[in-house]
Design a protein around this ligand. Structure first.
Ligand code: GRF
Length: 245
C-alpha cells in the first residue's frame, strides 16, 4: 500500500523523499499533563487518525527528516485510531524505521456514548503524557470535556479556508459556491466544530473543470506541507514565549 497522494502538477509531495532511520527517543511516559517524567525535556506528540492517515505520515516523515527528536526533543510517541481498518495504521506498522511509534486502536463502536469513548480515549492518550495532540483526519466530533482537557494543546486540520465551509463535503461546497480559491486550515480545537484560532492556511485555485476529487487532491498536497510546519511552529512559539518570560 502506498500513502502517496495523487501527484498534482507542479507541486511537491512530501512522500517523494526517501525515508531513513527514524531515531525517535525512547522513553517511558507517565501522565503529568504534557510533561514526560523520565525526561522533562522530551515533548511527546500523540496523533489521532481514522483513515488513510496521509497527514499523519507527512508529520511522521517531517519529524524524521528534520530530526525533531535529536534537535528539539520532540517525539511522536503514538498514533491512535478509532478504526482498526485505518490504512494509516498499516502503513506506519509497515515502516520499520518508525517502530518506536506506538500504534493503537480504540474502536468507538465499543462504547455506549460519545462521552464514554472520549473518556477512554483520553486515558489512552494520557499514558503518553502528550505535550500536543494532533487530529489528522480523525473523523469524530469531540465532547466538550475532551476538548477542555487538552485546551491549548489540541490541533486539527480542516480541508477548507476557515471560517468558510466548516463540517463535511467542503470541496463540493466550495465548487458549488463558485469559489475561485479553496484550501486548508490548521487550527486550535475548541468545543465549536472547526472553529478555534487559526495557526496556518494554504490556498489553491479552483479550476473550471474541477470535480470534488480533483480539488481534494490539490488541497491535500498542501495539507501535507502546512501541517508538519504548523506542528513545528507550535513548539517553536512555545519555546520563544518560555524564553521571553
Ligand atoms: C484531510 O483532508 C483532512 O483535512 C480531513 O480529512 C482528510 C484526512 O486525510 N480532516 P488523511 O487521513 O490525513 O489522509
Amino acid at each position: 500500500m502506498s500513502l502517496r497522494s495523487k501527484p498534482v502538477k507542479g507541486e511537491k509531495s512530501v512522500f517523494s523523499t526517501t525515508v531513513r532511520k527514524c531515531g525517535v527517543l525512547a522513553a517511558t511516559n507517565c501522565n503529568l499533563g504534557g510533561v514526560n517524567r523520565d525526561n522533562p525535556s522530551v515533548k511527546n506528540i500523540v496523533i489521532l487518525i481514522s483513515g488513510a492517515g496521509s497527514n499523519m505520515a507527512a508529520i511522521v516523515q517531517a519529524a524524521h527528516q528534520q530530526r525533531w527528536s535529536e534537535r528539539l526533543g520532540i517525539q511522536i510517541s503514538a498514533v491512535i485510531s478509532n478504526k482498526a481498518q485505518a490504512s494509516g495504521l498499516a502503513w506506519l506498522q509497515s515502516c520499520s524505521e518508525f517502530a518506536d511509534i506506538q500504534t493503537e486502536v480504540l474502536e468507538h463502536t465499543q462504547f455506549a456514548s460519545r462521552e464514554d469513548f472520549d473518556q477512554a480515549l483520553l486515558k489512552r492518550i494520557d499514558v503518553h503524557a502528550p505535550h500536543l495532540v494532533v487530529l489528522a483526519g480523525f473523523m469524530r466530533i469531540l465532547s466538550p470535556a475532551f476538548v477542555a482537557h487538552y485546551a491549548g494543546r489540541l490541533i486539527n486540520i480542516h480541508p477548507s479556508l476557515l471560517p468558510a465551509f466548516t463540517g463535511l463535503n467542503t470541496h463540493q461546497r466550495a465548487i458549488d459556491a463558485g469559489c475561485k480559491f479553496a484550501g486548508a486550515t490548521v487550527h486550535q480545537v475548541t468545543p465549536e466544530l472547526d472553529h478555534g484560532h487559526i495557526l496556518a492556511q494554504a490556498v489553491v485555485p479552483v479550476l473550471a473543470q474541477d470535480t470534488a476529487a480533483d480539488l481534494a487532491a490539490r488541497v491535500l498536497t498542501q495539507e501535507h506541507l502546512i501541517y508538519p510546519k504548523a506542528v513545528l511552529d507550535f513548539f517553536k512559539l512555545e519555546e520563544a514565549s518560555r524564553q521571553a518570560m
